[in-house]
Design a protein around this ligand. Structure first.
Ligand code: MSP
Length: 655
């Protein structure tokens, strides 16, 4: 890019009625990952977020608390901003709809639309829903309640101003059809056209007189401007738009490149907002992306169900990056995601602690142990190196391709593919075995170089996802080449000497964490436990003849390795037991096994077997056993040890 191309990205502005839950916060974290990625790609990014502060509901809540609406929205807006900051959201602008410039600009927008005849004064008779701040006709109600949120509605008649939506309907349909990427995902676009636009738009009531907490219509102050007209304008007022005086910033940034909003408010952004802009004679945003929702298990989060979780509480337990990672990997492009205490712990352990954390720690530790941290490619290559490098480039391409399409969870999974492949590379190349042989040290150097460079790929790609961790990894491998384009060529990392190894993510103890979560959210944990019988039912859908079905996560807890039997002898005073001394690719270990009935030491010495290598050590007849070897029951009374091919080296990990 010769001159930096601008990229203007926004979130919906959050209501300030109450503290937002973790589902609301997903949106800004998702948007932040895109903003950070675009900066990485060299764009001049402006990332806007903020708070939506007017409306009857807020007025009522503040009243109930005995404070003024302004005091209430100040408190909540500050709380939201503090949470955005705590979660490392790199917004450039934060608008509040109580900002003076915004309020004035909204009044001017309203007046302009009125003067040009797009807004007219009439009378509204219908049913009003306070939570949605919307009017409905009798026929729109569902069982006499609000069709959107199900709340009770009240009959209402008032003088009001209306926006001639229908005037722009055909133009908007044509625009949407001519601009295929305007609404995403595609399914949402069809929904908007078929369910809302084609049946015909009604004129929209854009003022209220039943309450005061809003922006007054300056030429008719009994009326306040409808919250959605007020709130949607934020995307232009925040960057300095006003009817008669646009700022340089507005000229540079508008039209927005991307509005990120939740699936429930796509309609406002793809119908009302474009029509407002058309009426103002302004260009339309380039894309509106409606993201799915985060559910608790399979339920909507709600205070009454007690399953509402807050990001500040969870970040204390899982760290900022633990939560960012969870949300960005869990939420797919179009399908709702789910959060439960158990899934939070499981994903943290499997992806962050076991896969990424372990990879970085093992590698940096080995580089320090074997070469005092010095890393250099000695060009002693083997086939497996090419596979690792291909994975680096494949992951990088998949990552950028997905990020360019705002498919963040798929981009994250491309990073994890590389982390898993790199761990496998360690198992395949067995650096600890190479270290034992002086002549293999140059090969070991190449192996470690390849690993450190792969880790750099991971860190560069993690930067928009979990920025703090990405920086920590770069410090450990001591590279300053954070530039994403450097991933075009394997080996551009300017790596020469690593720093000290530090644990990035310690494995969490499930019981301990559940107890901590239960302390904060007793009802949420209970709600999940109530789900347990359902889960158990699911688990019992197992193939016939199988004793029980385990999750993949359970399987990954078992570490299986190939080991060679070096020595073998009977355990005194124990007919069935043999003591085996094994070469496990590391320090060696002793295992006691109950196979003497079928094997004599001579049958076993020199053979290779499968070892369960992370079993808690135990004493059998007073002899310490540090693992277990695998055998198969061939009939009720016979077990046969599983021997493996001699070409598989001792220490090799079995998947
Ligand atoms: N104030 C309006 C937006 C006005 S934009 C001009 C609003 N506010 S909100 O606080 O209710 O929602 C803020 C955002 O959070 C919305 O995009 C909404 O879809 C999103 N979410 C609300 N609950 C959510 C989940 N459970 N999961 C993911 N996003 C969620 O709407």
């Amino acid at each position: 890019m010769s001159e930096k191309e601008k990229f203007y990205i926004t979130t919906a502005i959050a209501y300030t009625s109450k503290k937002p839950h973790i589902g609301n916060m997903y949106e800004i974290i998702f948007t932040d990952s895109i903003a950070r990625y675009k900066r990485q790609k060299g764009y001049d990014v402006f990332f806007l977020t903020g708070t939506d502060e007017h409306g009857q509901k807020i007025g009522e809540i503040a009243n109930g608390m005995g404070i003024s609406p302004k005091e209430h929205v100040d408190n909540i807006s500050n709380e939201i901003r503090a949470m955005d900051d705590m979660m490392n959201c790199s917004y450039d602008g934060f608008i509040r709809t109580t900002d003076e410039h915004h309020e004035k600009a909204v009044q001017h927008i309203f007046k302009k639309l009125y003067d040009q005849g797009d807004i007219y004064k009439g009378k509204y008779e219908g049913w009003y829903c306070v939570p949605c701040e919307s009017f409905f006709t009798e026929s729109q109600l569902v069982d006499g309640c609000c069709p959107d949120c199900g709340a009770k509605v009240t009959k209402s008649q008032e003088e009001a101003y209306f926006f001639k939506m229908s005037k722009y309907q055909d133009r908007l349909i044509k625009y949407i059809e001519d601009h295929p990427g305007f609404i995403e995902p595609e399914s949402r676009k069809k929904e908007m056209i078929n369910n809302f636009l084609k049946p015909g738009l009604q004129d929209l009531c854009v003022t209220r007189t039943s309450f005061k907490w809003g922006i007054p219509v300056d030429f008719d102050p009994d009326h306040v401007v409808y919250v959605w007209l007020d709130a949607l304008s934020n995307y232009i007022t925040a960057i300095g738009y006003d009817v008669d005086s646009q700022s340089q910033q507005y000229d540079k940034l508008w039209p927005a490149d991307l509005h990120v909003v939740g699936k429930d408010i796509i309609r406002f952004h793809t119908i009302y907002w474009p029509i407002m802009l058309m009426a103002l004679g302004l260009p339309l945003p380039k894309k509106i992306l409606g993201h799915p929702w985060l559910l608790f298990g399979e339920d909507k989060m709600s205070k009454s169900k007690g399953n509402t979780m807050y990001i500040d509480d969870l970040a204390k337990l899982f760290g900022v990056d633990g939560i960012r990672y969870y949300l960005l990997s869990e939420m797919s492009y179009a399908q709702d995601g789910s959060i439960t205490p158990e899934s939070l712990i499981a994903r943290y352990n499997s992806d962050l602690a076991n896969t990424i954390g372990n990879l970085v720690n093992r590698t940096v530790t080995m580089a320090n142990k074997y070469f005092d941290g010095v890393v250099a490619d000695k060009n002693i290559a083997e086939d497996v190196d090419a596979e690792l490098k291909t994975q680096c480039l494949d992951s990088y391409r998949k990552f950028t391709d997905c990020m360019d399409k705002y498919r963040v969870s798929e981009a994250v999974s491309a990073i994890m593919d590389l982390a898993r492949r790199s761990n496998k590379y360690i198992d395949e190349t067995m650096p600890w075995a190479l270290a034992k042989d002086e002549s293999k040290l140059p090969r070991l150097q190449t192996v470690l170089y390849n690993l450190i460079e792969s880790i750099r790929y991971i860190a560069v790609m993690l930067k928009p996802v979990i920025p703090e961790t990405a920086h920590k990894i770069m410090a450990q491998i001591n590279s300053d080449v954070f530039d994403i384009d450097s991933l075009e060529n394997f080996g551009s990392g300017n790596i020469s000497k690593v720093g000290t190894a530090e644990i990035l993510f310690s494995r969490l103890d499930e019981k301990e964490m559940m107890a901590k979560i239960r302390e904060i959210y007793p009802l949420a944990v209970q709600a999940e436990e109530k789900e347990e019988p359902k889960k158990k039912e699911k688990k019992s859908e197992k193939p016939e003849g199988v004793a029980s079905v385990i999750d993949f996560e359970d399987f990954t807890k078992v570490e299986l390795r190939v080991a060679k039997i070096l020595e073998c002898e009977p355990v005194p005073k124990a007919d069935k037991l043999l003591r085996l001394q094994l070469d496990d690719g590391e320090q060696g270990r002793q295992v006691v096994s109950g196979i003497h009935t079928w094997y004599e030491p001579a049958d076993l010495i020199g053979k290779k077997i499968i070892l369960v290598s992370n079993l808690k050590p135990a004493k059998l007849r007073g002899v310490m056993s540090e693992g277990m070897i695998l055998a198969a029951d061939t009939d009720e009374n016979t077990a046969k040890v599983i021997f493996v091919d001699d070409s598989i080296p001792a220490g090799a990990k079995i998947h």
